[in-house]
Design a protein around this ligand. Structure first.
Ligand code: PLP
Length: 376
């Protein structure tokens, strides 16, 4: 795509992803590596990111749902893919057909996979999901003896290959006590499975980015980072790495559509919520709005980099445009590049102003915004 014709685009540095991959692998050198590429790889493009990770030698990928997994298979991804979310039992045949690994926590889905495996003359690979305290999906593991019994019953079904078992921490970037409580439930359940049922698992995993960085004792057989791969700490408080050691992969850019000289006290944008100073001044109109992923809550709050300088968004963010206030000395022309976040302008700061986290702003970059890849 010709960059000149684009109003708003992202630059995706796959070489920075590679750097982050190596940094994270060195944080967990004894463990296998699963790269989380759900939600279009946090907005970065699942296909491109998955191919990069496959080429780098990652061991596993994870996605949220069946569709995300089959799209990756159709794009030529041959490495193992774990579906983290609940797949409706009627789609079990596709899970088996595409050689996907399914997170399992209900008898119903386990039976459907078992049946699909028999019908296709294959084995269905599963990772059992335990709920040790996140209260999302999983077999409740507050009582390890009960949990082990439930897990064993699932795994005993014909045609299933119970390759893995995993859990997810609710507060690994905030609360060591609670994380260790969850980890203990996980290990206790594994103990009962081994001692009472003689059942062991090749891949035990529980560490997403926060635990990869904060709690090396939880790395086990495989780690499961997402956000850190894309260059961000899950929380500023995370230990183990300094913020600068991970490099942002995505930079969101736009191009000045117009520079407008406006009279004093003129209101700017919908709702006339903000006005020009009494002496008047200039605004740059940017062709980026909430339909591109620039959250409307940043109206009158956020800043962007114009000519390398931080300039404030004035008035409401519109669907396809927003306005930023220029200073007298700014020599800005239509067509000049503007950085919204990424390489030089902090996504963390923007997320904080928007009352959210970097994850959400990355995922929010809409399909309308072209992704340009560098360092493939
Ligand atoms: C999203 C997700 C991850 C990755 O989390 P990050 O905080 O982005 O590292 C890991 N495991 C599960 C189950 C997830 O849903």
């Amino acid at each position: 795509m010709n960059q000149q014709t684009m109003r708003t685009w992202t630059e995706i540095r796959l070489d920075n992803l590679e750097h982050n991959y190596h940094v994270l692998r060195s944080c967990a050198p004894q463990s296998k590596f699963l790269g989380v590429v759900k939600a279009n790889a946090y907005g970065h493009g699942a296909e491109e990111v998955a191919h990069k990770l496959q080429q780098l030698g990652a061991d596993y990928l994870a996605v949220a749902c069946l569709n995300e997994a089959t799209e990756l298979r159709q794009s030529g991804i041959t490495m193992p893919i774990l579906i983290l979310g609940a797949t409706p039992a009627e789609f079990a045949p596709q899970v088996v057909e595409y050689d996907l690994t399914q997170a399992v926590f209900t008898t119903q889905l386990a039976q459907a996979l078992s049946k699909a495996a028999a019908a296709q003359g294959k084995r269905a690979k599963i990772h059992v999901k335990l709920d040790t305290g996140m209260s999302r999906l999983g077999i409740l593991a507050h009582d390890p003896a009960q949990a082990a019994q439930d897990v064993d019953a699932l795994c005993a079904l014909e045609g299933l290959e119970a390759e893995g078992i995993f859990t997810h921490f609710a507060n690994a970037d905030g609360d060591e006590g609670y994380t260790m409580e969850q980890f203990t439930r996980f290990l206790d359940t594994l103990d009962v499975l081994k001692n009472t049922y003689g059942r062991t698992f090749q891949l035990r995993h529980c560490a997403a980015s926060a635990a990869v960085l904060n709690f090396p004792c939880t790395h086990l057989d495989m780690v499961r980072p997402g956000i850190a791969l894309y260059g961000y700490l899950p929380d500023p408080s995370c230990q183990g790495l300094d913020a600068g050691e991970l490099w942002p992969v995505m930079t969101l850019k736009t191009r000045v559509a117009a520079v407008r000289e406006l009279p004093g006290d003129t209101p700017v944008s919908y709702g006339c919520t903000q006005h020009m100073p009494a002496s008047g001044g200039r605004v740059a109109v940017l062709p980026v709005g909430y339909a591109d992923g620039l959250h409307r809550v940043l109206s009158g709050q956020g800043t962007v980099l114009v000519g390398g300088q931080e300039r404030p968004i004035v008035g409401r963010v519109c669907m396809d445009m927003c306005m930023v206030a220029l200073q007298e000395e700014d020599q800005v022309q239509p067509g000049d590049e503007v950085e919204l976040f990424g390489a030089h302008h902090s996504l963390e700061d923007m997320a904080q102003l928007a009352g959210t986290i970097p994850y959400e702003l990355l995922c929010a970059v809409s399909p309308r915004v072209p992704r340009l890849y560098q360092g493939a």
